[in-house]
Design a protein around this ligand. Sequence first.
Ligand SMILES: Cc1cc2nc3c(=O)[nH]c(=O)nc-3n(C[C@H](O)[C@H](O)[C@H](O)COP(=O)(O)OP(=O)(O)OC[C@H]3O[C@@H](n4cnc5c(N)ncnc54)[C@H](O)[C@@H]3O)c2cc1C
Length: 494
Amino acid sequence: MNVDVIVAGAGPTGLMLAGELALAGVRAVVVERLPERGGQSKALGLQPRSAEVLDLRGLLEPLMDRAIQRVPGGHFAGLRLDLDVWDTRHPYMIGIPQTRVEAVLEERLGALGVQVLRGHELTALAQDPGGVTATLRGPAGPVRLRGRYLAGCDGGRSTVRGLLEIDFPGLDGRLSSVVADITLADPDGAVPATWHLPVMTPSKAGRGYLAPIGEGVHRFLFYGPEQQDLPRDTPIGEDEVGRALLNAAGPGVKLTGIRWASRFTDASRQVESYRHGRVLLAGDAAHIHSPMGGQGLNLGLQDAFNLGWKLAAEINGWAPEGLLDTYHAERHPVAARVLANTRAQAVLLVPDEENLALRGIVAELLRLPEGNRHVAGMISGLDIRYDLPGDPHPLLGRRVPDLDLRTTGRPERVGRLLRDGRALLLSAADGTAFAEVARPWSARVGHLVASNTGELGAEAVLVRPDGYVCWAGSAGETASLVTALTRWAGSPPA
Ligand SMILES: Cc1cc2nc3c(=O)[nH]c(=O)nc-3n(C[C@H](O)[C@H](O)[C@H](O)COP(=O)(O)OP(=O)(O)OC[C@H]3O[C@@H](n4cnc5c(N)ncnc54)[C@H](O)[C@@H]3O)c2cc1C
């Protein structure tokens, strides 16, 4: 089979990427080792920036229909964060099992006609100047695929990374924890009845987070002295979980079964380059870190969202020189920052006297409005600012605000205008000059006139397909708008 892009891995990153490629008319195929999606969910939370990104493509509504709950705020090492201080329509964590996020993303692939080859494990790959050849182990024997590019979205133990012998430098974990999905006898009263954030204080005896995740199942996440001494491959039995449950919830809560359990650590690693010729890495294949704060799936979704339109532009033949390399340049620092913040959170969770003293100070700082705003922006992904070239403007490189627009037609909001995956020029009502400048790019850049564009702090803004502002200016600055259009949308089609 010949395709444009082979996507290895049908986790959230691979599914999102394949959808973005297909939206831009690129032929992608997803190959997945597992014959069917497992019933277990590692992640349970979506951050505000991911909610915004999913909304940009109309995917938020179907996700919200399947969410357990949304909970205001966020947390840093179990310390509460207030997200209302950020200008977003989604100042909350969305509690939703990872499998349901994957199901929504896979339904989108079905609608876009993208094939997911389940039960096909990538076992070998070779790249040459024209493309990548992948060998898969399938149910009916080996399969060979040829693509112009391959995206390794195959998780923390990435086969793609291994086959290309790409280093994965970083730190080993110091804090071992267990995640278990469990059933309880008559849990009423003694355990929280609703999904909630793991706001907690570490203690020497250990800590546990217990919350219902639907269908009679509870998520139990715990760590204590016992877990630090056990090798990673030690089976997790009812004895160990029962002891931790007694410690976390008291004798009134009885374990009746374990649906799924796994050990994890706060190991943090990141590849040095997200691009290796015609192979790109995204999601956990490119970076791993502690799940504290609930950021991994969010990072992967947003890696894919950043990469999708750029790789599609390359394949569709209009990508300006260097566009694809901006994927690494923009996303590597974002994940590096998450690695740093999760390392910091891990320190604040270890119940040594020094760490608890440090935690006390951090808690005080987070109660200050600026401290809360800074860390809430970091954990939620709302503060991301890509280092983009151009005249300085407060919005340059930042997410476009989801403003309600006053137009001559029906009411609109910015967040609905990027659903076709094209870039967008928003300009004030008297912006005929903008219309003339943008016309040659109309196949790749939509244009909307709204009388209140000025509320964004500029007469006009150019927004990339991933919702980041790449130019902001006035009618007197159309020369720099042409530069920005050429930089992000290529030369105008002939
Ligand atoms: C306990 C826990 C809680 C977490 N909670 C959160 C949270 O609340 N919020 C959050 O944002 N993140 C959370 N995370 C992190 C999140 O689960 C991961 O970051 C996310 O799964 C990464 O997605 P991915 O698509 O990059 O990789 P994965 O989800 O690992 O998907 C990779 C896919 O590739 C497939 N694959 C692997 N090798 C091959 C091969 N050779 N050929 C074909 N297919 C292959 C795998 O089967 C898998 O389906 C949590 C993680 C843990 C462990």
